[in-house]
Write a protein that binds this ligand. Structure first.
Ligand SMILES: [Zn+2]
Length: 382
């Protein structure tokens, strides 16, 4: 499912530069695909868009991904590598410098929005001076991340007696910085550039770190908002997972199952009694752990996995799993598979009783763990 979502998204994002309304529409389609119906999510879209290890489903936020792709265009223009970039220089930039090109006038939507991203890209692009032949003296941000023009304005250009096309090399004489000392600004500049080394290698541009070039994935990592890594990501998204079990566990970890207490609060049901006839209210914590029916299931499951511990409250149980079922060893994989399968089957059993009005089923692990779990365990000859 995720592969389909991501390929749809990557196709759209890399083919077009998307206006906000289109991004919204695409996300609506993705949401509908994920949640069905009207696409009303059980988990916030912002959560879904986080990477797996931060608690999401690893779907890329389209707006951010699109921005990363626009940053790639900026990189290509600056590197002048492609025919498109050369065309940009010849027709869009002409005698202007990329960093000072005005955003007014007859510009295409894409080009204007690319220009709007200049401040963001400047945070990541590093101009490393070499022999000073490539960089514009006034407009390229080679001076500790800023341009001379941005720091000193037009006056300093006038005072220097050079024109606006001057290169950094025009201020280098016999391997030393040599600014004319005709104004305060220029005297200040001579001081300011002292620690910028000059060499005989060509000027170069880098992304984030000297020696690194641009990559869309890295740019995206750099601009997206980050969240803390969740301790349970490996419990859910390990390599042997059964997709529907993993998804159900992921929903449970987000408290997203529509248990009766939630439905009662919005007036969908009239009472919130647990379907397992224990006389208590059905909450997520109750349904999956505290209910005597579930507790009996868990104690069977724990003894099957050779684990002697009491049944813990929900989050403690998850934390226990993330420390005691870590890694790829056989018994840890079994613990993870069984944990997710138990949550899944408890939910299925609850729905069976809720919607089909079927009578209580005796908890029977072997009978309830379906075919998919058996198939997953098959390679280990269980
Ligand atoms: Zn109950």
């Amino acid at each position: 499912m995720k592969a389909t979502l991501v390929s749809m998204q990557t196709y759209w994002c890399s083919t077009f530069l998307l206006p906000r309304s289109i991004v919204k529409e695409c996300e609506r389609v993705l949401r509908k695909f994920l949640w069905g119906g009207h696409g009303r999510g059980k988990v916030k879209w912002a959560e879904v868009c986080k990477p797996l290890n931060e608690g999401g489903l690893g779907i890329k936020d389209m707006k951010m991904w699109n921005k990363a792709l626009l940053l790639k265009q900026i990189w290509r223009v600056l590197m002048e590598q492609s025919i498109w970039a050369k065309w940009c220089h010849a027709y869009l930039l002409q005698r202007f410098n990329f960093w000072t090109l005005p955003t007014i006038g007859l510009l295409s939507w894409t080009w204007r929005h690319t220009l709007f991203l200049r401040p963001l890209s400047k945070e990541h692009i590093i101009y490393r001076c070499g022999n000073g032949e490539l960089f514009s003296l006034w407009y390229n941000p080679w001076l500790h991340g800023e341009s001379v023009h941005a720091l000193y304005g037009h006056r300093v250009i006038y005072d220097s007696g050079l024109d606006s096309l001057a290169r950094v090399k025009d201020m280098i004489w016999e391997g030393e910085w040599c600014w004319p000392q005709t104004s305060c600004g220029l005297i200040d500049l001579q001081q300011r550039v002292r620690n910028i080394p000059i060499s005989s290698v060509p000027d170069s541009i880098h992304w984030d770190k000297v020696g690194e070039v641009f990559s869309t994935a890295r740019a995206w990592q750099g601009i997206r908002g980050r969240s803390n890594v969740v301790p349970w990501h490996d419990v859910v998204w390990h390599s042997k997972r059964i997709p529907k079990h993993a998804f159900s566990l992921w929903l449970a970890l987000h408290g997203a199952h529509r248990t009766k207490d939630k439905l009662l609060a919005v007036g969908v049901v009239q009472d919130a009694a647990c379907v397992f006839h224990c006389g208590q209210t059905e909450t997520l914590e109750h349904l999956f752990f505290q209910c005597p029916y579930s507790a009996k299931g868990w104690s069977d499951v724990l003894s099957l996995c050779n684990v002697a511990r009491p049944i813990l409250p929900w989050m403690n149980g998850v934390l226990w799993m993330s420390t005691h079922a870590k890694g790829k060893e056989f018994h840890n994989m079994i613990r993870k598979l069984v944990f997710a399968a138990t949550i899944y089957h408890l939910w299925i059993e609850r729905n069976r009783r809720c919607f089909k009005n079927q009578e209580p089923h005796v908890w029977n692990l072997g009978g309830q763990f379906d075919h998919s779990l058996t198939q997953t365990l098959h390679p280990w000859h269980l």
